[in-house]
Design a protein around this ligand. Structure first.
Ligand code: NAD
Length: 251
């Protein structure tokens, strides 16, 4: 159980922020039943994500890579946003949270109602052609794999950032601008080891921001956190948001 004083300290920092930005990772979706990369993924435990989420793996065996994405899309399709996603959406509605920067590709922040979401690593719900410039949104997992481009017949790939690929330029610039301008960064459920996303809290800190971190275990960010809440996000974020509301109402 997280002591009430820690929840209050986080809530006070958040309620008094002039520019609050959240950075989220796979941990924020763990309580929706979506495995993190550092968890054990049953059927797929023989493969490391670093071996499947690469351009080389796709070139070698597009069907295998698509099997894995189809499996992940099916999990996300059936999943629902959890209280952590909902708490962040509520903070935005309250006018307290400016934007979420996420490393997640599951779209659950948007499904919870968040409007400003910077997707650093792309989305499971977009595909693009490996041959022509075709791009499209997708509503559900593909029936046939590997899916083909309706324009040129080329191979479609998930519009996500694979290991060894550069991040989308506009999203990255937006994220670093938000990190430089915020005065509080709320870091939720990220190991902080995937770069350059892991540098965002460091950038925020260097520009004078306070860091509030929520994670079930210590991460690469914890040493620079001003408040560290060691607890599941789905339990601690709603508690923090309730406190923020109480502070806003009393002030
Ligand atoms: P990660 O898998 O490296 O780390 C997950 C972190 O979440 C860990 O630090 C863990 O301690 C923490 N965590 C687990 N359960 C939690 C909970 N209930 N509450 C709070 N924290 C919890 O994830 P990452 O840091 O996001 O980076 C890995 C890469 O994995 C990213 O590039 C991301 O795109 C990708 N990924 C995305 C999804 C998704 O979209 N849901 C899922 C798996 C991986």
């Amino acid at each position: 159980m997280v002591p009430e004083e820690l929840i209050s300290a986080a809530a006070e920092m958040i309620a008094s922020a002039k520019s609050l930005v959240a950075l989220t990772g796979a941990g924020v979706s763990a309580e929706s039943g979506i495995p993190t990369f550092r968890g054990r993924d049953g059927l797929w435990r023989r493969y490391k994500p670093e071996e499947l989420a690469t351009p080389e793996a796709f070139e070698r065996d597009p069907r295998l890579v698509w099997e894995w994405y189809k499996w992940r899309m099916e999990i996300v399709f059936k999943a629902r946003p959890n209280p952590a996603h909902e708490a962040l959406a509520e903070l935005e509605r309250l006018g307290v949270l400016k934007c979420i920067i996420t490393q997640n590709v599951d779209g659950l922040h948007q499904r919870a109602g968040s409007k400003c979401v910077v997707e650093l690593h792309g989305s499971l719900w977009r595909v693009r052609c490996t041959t022509c410039s075709y791009r499209s949104r997708v509503e559900e997992p593909p029936r046939e794999i590997p899916p083909r481009c309706p324009i040129c017949g080329g191979l479609l790939r998930p519009d996500v950032v694979w290991f060894g690929e550069p991040l989308p330029k506009a999203a990255t610039e937006h994220a670093f601008r938000l990190a430089m301008e915020c005065d509080v960064m709320l870091v939720v459920g990220t190991s902080g080891v995937v770069l350059p996303a892991g540098l965002l809290p460091v950038t925020a800190k260097q520009h004078g921001a306070k860091i509030v971190e929520v994670n079930v275990e210590e991460s690469a960010i914890t040493s620079i956190a001003d408040v560290f809440i060691k607890a599941p996000a789905g339990i601690s974020l709603p508690r923090i948001v309730e406190k923020v509301k109480a502070i806003l109402q009393s002030g």
